[in-house]
Design a protein around this ligand. Sequence first.
Ligand SMILES: Cc1cc2nc3c(=O)[nH]c(=O)nc-3n(C[C@H](O)[C@H](O)[C@H](O)COP(=O)(O)OP(=O)(O)OC[C@H]3O[C@@H](n4cnc5c(N)ncnc54)[C@H](O)[C@@H]3O)c2cc1C
Length: 486
Amino acid sequence: MAKTIVIGSGIAGIATALRLRAKGHEVHVFESNAYPGGKLTEFEKGGYRFDAGPSLFTMPSLVDELFHLFGENPRQYFNYKKLNESCHYFYEDGARFICPSDRDQLSEELARQNGESSSKIKSYLRKSEYLYNITSPVFLENSLHKVSTYTSQSGIRGILNLWKLNMFRSMHRHHARYFKHPRTVQLFNRFATYNGSNPYVAPATLSVIPHLEFGVGTYFPEKGMADISNVLYDLAIRQGIVFLFNTKVESIITEGNKIKGVRTKTGNYYCDNVVSNMDIYHTYDKLLKDFTMPEKVRHREPSSSALIFYWGISDTFEQLGLHNIFFSADYEMEFKHIFKSGDLFNDPTVYINVTSKHKPDDAPRGHENWFVMVNAPANNGQNWDELIKTCRTDILRKLSKHLGKDIEKLIQVEEVLDPRLIELKTSSFKGALYGGSSNSRMAAFFRHPNFKSDLEGLYLCGGSVHPGGGIPLCLRSAEIVSKLVH
Ligand SMILES: Cc1cc2nc3c(=O)[nH]c(=O)nc-3n(C[C@H](O)[C@H](O)[C@H](O)COP(=O)(O)OP(=O)(O)OC[C@H]3O[C@@H](n4cnc5c(N)ncnc54)[C@H](O)[C@@H]3O)c2cc1C
């Protein structure tokens, strides 16, 4: 039986462990934290439950698939519901838009509220779906670094249609040409942030992302987002995968161009394959010191990070839904601050996730659990304490104005997560949420492959390698690794 060690129990690490277990490997997962899940975890404080990281769940079938590998029925362990509303949008001009997740309804509503042509919105979303379907087999489901990807029927189709991906225009320019109203442009520009990028620089190729929200749909796991990690961890335990918590891998043991195992403080562990779920920068920097870090890893622009306030709020707000966005009046300036000056804009776009809207026991009765997030630059040693203090005031001012109440007075419980802590807790390079940004036409090709060609037996999964960050892509990386491992 092949013996495989997975370094890290992020969502991609657990999914890879499961897929290799299903192929008959003996799998051990080494995790430096005391818990599984990496960024996808939860915590409780003062009677409130908070999802610590991701809040938007798309493509749940990728989670279900992992149960099917072992002949288990996912519905026995993991349940979720499809959402009718994708997000509540609040604009600085006072406009509000409850965004339906149904394509037709969305088109009608944008026509009614923003004067768009509903047929144009529909055609944008149809194109988003079409491009997603033709590019997914090349860019998301297979290794970009194997000839077989390009010689398969779907690969050839994808390559022949590459020109349709609007790689030479920024997402914002594409949207500004397509839609009439700046509010519609801002709404669709926001999808660049789903992989931590800047819509004013990132190619319009990213306009395939809205298909996930309006075509495939958005979902809410009945027990909260962290349940995704929890149920997959439980499945892994049932299938005999061994987890070693509080066990940091210090280096990868190699002999010539072959993997031999991993080294931890407690000793050496030998195996046939190692899969690193650790951020690719740190995999090279910390675990593979005898190997040269590729330039594209060393110089890659990290995706945005985030500043999050977890607030237990002693009131309820009927204006809010599960997902809420309070847009900046100057979106372009906000991204300049994030990606150029490396600080926080004084009118940030504020995202609030309130799971107690769908899961009332996440907050005491008459209260709400707010996950309040702004996009933030990667950690480059800024004076975060100062930035956080100022940003907190800016957020409170903005929310109090929109919601008509002094929000600070309602905060009962507070926790803060910033780029430094994200880096510290998950070894994510500079606290990036999604590995590298997609602020370049060639970003997909610059991501590190899921293997290392000069080191037999080493594979790589997770948000910092191909095909990228976010739960669905991390799950795809696990699938690609399992196809690559012999
Ligand atoms: C605040 C926030 C909001 C987000 N929102 C969304 C969202 O709404 N939707 C979405 O899809 N995605 C979202 N994301 C992104 C998503 O969380 C990540 O892309 C995904 O969870 C990354 O998973 P991963 O498997 O790459 O690894 P990670 O979750 O980064 O986990 C890596 C694991 O490896 C362990 N590790 C690292 N080095 C070692 C070592 N040397 N030895 C042992 N263990 C090690 C770490 O402790 C960690 O547990 C968000 C992320 C954050 C932080």
